[in-house]
Design a protein around this ligand. Structure first.
Ligand SMILES: Nc1ncnc2c1ncn2[C@@H]1O[C@H](COP(=O)(O)OP(=O)(O)OP(=O)(O)O)[C@@H](O)[C@H]1O
Ligand SMILES: [Mg+2]
Length: 139
């Protein structure tokens, strides 16, 4: 059963709105009384996912749902896609530009962190088309 479902739009390079999606998700989890340890993991994963869409993609959406025993986040963007997913998943690998690094991003830790925080993690990408990340958490 899905109790709550939200869909958010994220624009490329919209640093003004950075963190708004993950804040909204965190607020909902607090309202429905999710365990704080799970809230922490979901918050880290959703923030890193949101920032990657802002920084690396042409924009996209994040869908968030809470059921009775599971939290799911599906991120889908409009490209440019990831050529080598194994490489992108490596700690320290980043294609972030100088201007983005000056904002404090680009350590190459986002994707490995998302995977570490999640109970289920799936990433699929088609170059020139989209990247889809599905993240799940057991309650
Ligand atoms: N949604 C995306 N679309 C296209 N490429 C992506 C996307 N997300 C990640 N990448 C690619 O994977 C690389 C690694 O991502 P990761 O989040 O681990 O590190 P980062 O974003 O570069 O740095 P950090 O997350 O530590 O600030 C990115 O540098 C980028 O090349
Ligand atoms: Mg990142």
């Amino acid at each position: 059963m899905i109790a709550i479902q939200r869909k958010y739009s994220i624009e490329r390079r919209d640093f003004q709105s950075a963190g708004q999606v993950s804040s909204s998700i965190k607020k909902i989890m607090k309202q429905v009384g999710v365990n704080p340890e799970v809230i922490r993991r979901v918050s880290v994963a959703s923030y890193e996912t949101e920032m990657n869409i802002i920084i690396h993609s042409n924009g996209g959406t994040m869908e968030f749902s809470i059921g009775s025993d599971y939290i799911k986040i599906i991120a889908l963007d409009r490209g440019p896609g990831i050529d080598d997913i194994d490489l992108a998943m490596k700690e320290g690998y980043s294609t972030a530009t100088k201007d983005v690094r000056e904002l404090g991003f680009g350590a190459g830790m986002g994707l490995p962190n998302i995977k570490r925080c999640a109970d289920d993690f799936d990433i699929q990408s088609e170059v020139g088309k989209c990247t889809r990340i599905t993240i799940g958490f057991n309650l």
